[in-house]
Design a protein around this ligand. Structure first.
Ligand code: IPM
Ligand code: MG
Length: 367
């Protein structure tokens, strides 16, 4: 199969983790007999510095011409004072829009090998397997009007939260479909006791549920959901929520399972899927070779499953991650008192090696 992928390493630790994810993807391609075509482009702060634009046209064109996009991270303190349109984050938000990626899937899974990493007791966190389905193209992130106006000392700022029935309906259907492939429990998270957007959200999600009688739907306010996520993470299966709530709850879910560095994501909806680790650019540790590449590597697994429909290859990458963690390999974010930390490259190398051996023994490597 032909795998046409655009990679956008971006800022901070983005290039380090992306290069490991690509090594794993290359190993999958050669081991399972696929033809990988890679194209690398700029986004975020590196694109701003080079072209004065966080999402140059050449990047959009390359992404639209490929089957899938693998992104590292965007964000750099160098541009903190820039107006919104000339910040690195604006490049990512526009890319999501250009790709029509309204459905953001963020799995948070507990690894028994990492029991000691979670701040929660093992008996609480053990068995956690959550899929957050975050609406990615609406709400406060994109609502118009938005502004900061007035003179210093008297300024006011405005953001708009806006959702249409159609926007809620389409993301709800994605979440219900995914719930059918899992434990069939869907929790919709909103703030319908206060926000009109949330009232409409709850109403539309409830009506979509009629088309999915096999899924058990419940609702929770976001404040209460945040507490439950910390107290009883195993109660959750699929969480469906709007853009901003999903941004917040997914970082929290990363904390629950032990490190945000473990979390991968898939952003779907258009013809080209966008895959990126949930963590940011982490400028404080960039360039030191200590970042955790697992979020990026697991994003490759999501790409294999969702864009290329190659579940065996996806499972092989995931098995590589599990096996590497069981083997005791830990990047710095995962180490506990006195444990030795491996580098980004050593961690990635372990998984690439696992894939190489597994693909070889599965007899698919001959082609
Ligand atoms: C994420 C990030 C982004 C977001 C930023 C970098 C724009 O926090 O993917 O969760 O807020 O969506
Ligand atoms: Mg975030």
């Amino acid at each position: 199969m032909q795998l046409r992928v655009t990679s956008l390493p971006g800022d901070g630790i983005g290039p380090e983790v992306t290069s490991q994810a690509i090594c794993v993807l290359e190993e999958v391609a050669s081991g399972f007999g696929h033809d990988l075509e890679l194209d690398e482009k700029e986004i975020g702060g590196v694109a701003l510095a080079k072209y004065g634009n966080p999402l140059p046209d050449a990047t959009i064109q390359a992404c639209l011409a490929s089957h899938a996009v693998l992104l590292g991270a965007v964000g750099s303190p160098a541009f903190d004072q820039n107006p919104r349109e000339r910040r690195p984050e604006a490049g990512l938000l526009r890319l999501r829009q250009e790709l029509g990626a309204f459905a953001n899937l963020r799995p948070a899974v507990y690894y028994p090998a990492l029991a000691a990493c979670s701040p929660l007791r093992e008996e609480i966190v053990k068995g956690t397997d959550i899929l957050i389905v975050r609406e990615l193209l609406g709400g406060l992130y994109f609502g118009q009007p938005r502004s900061i106006e007035g003179n210093r000392g008297e300024r006011h700022a405005l953001n708009t939260m806006r959702y249409s029935e159609a926007e809620i309906d389409r993301i709800a259907r994605v979440a219900f479909q995914l719930a059918l492939t899992r434990r069939r429990r869907l929790l919709s998270v909103d703030k319908s006791n206060v926000l009109e957007c949330s009232r409409l959200w709850r109403e539309v999600v409830t009506s979509v549920a009629c088309d999915f009688p096999g899924v058990d739907l419940s609702h929770m306010y976001v404040d209460s959901a945040a507490m439950s996520l910390a107290l009883k993470p195993t109660d959750f299966d699929v969480i469906l929520t709007e853009n901003m709530f999903g941004d917040i709850l997914s970082d929290q879910a990363g904390g629950v399972v032990g490190s945000l560095g473990l979390l991968a994501s898939a952003s779907l909806g258009g013809a080209v899927g966008l895959y990126e680790p949930v963590h940011g650019s982490a400028p404080d540790i960039a360039g030191r070779g200590i970042a955790n590449p697992l979020g990026a590597i697991l994003s490759v697994a999501l790409m294999l499953r969702h864009t290329f429909n190659l579940p065996k290859e996806a499972e092989c990458v995931e098995a590589g991650v599990t096996s590497t963690l069981m083997g005791g390999f830990r990047t710095r974010d995962l180490t506990r008192n006195g444990e030795r930390a491996v580098t980004t490259e050593e961690m990635g190398g372990q998984i690439a090696e696992f894939v190489r051996l597994a693909a070889g023994t599965s007899g698919q490597g001959a082609s």
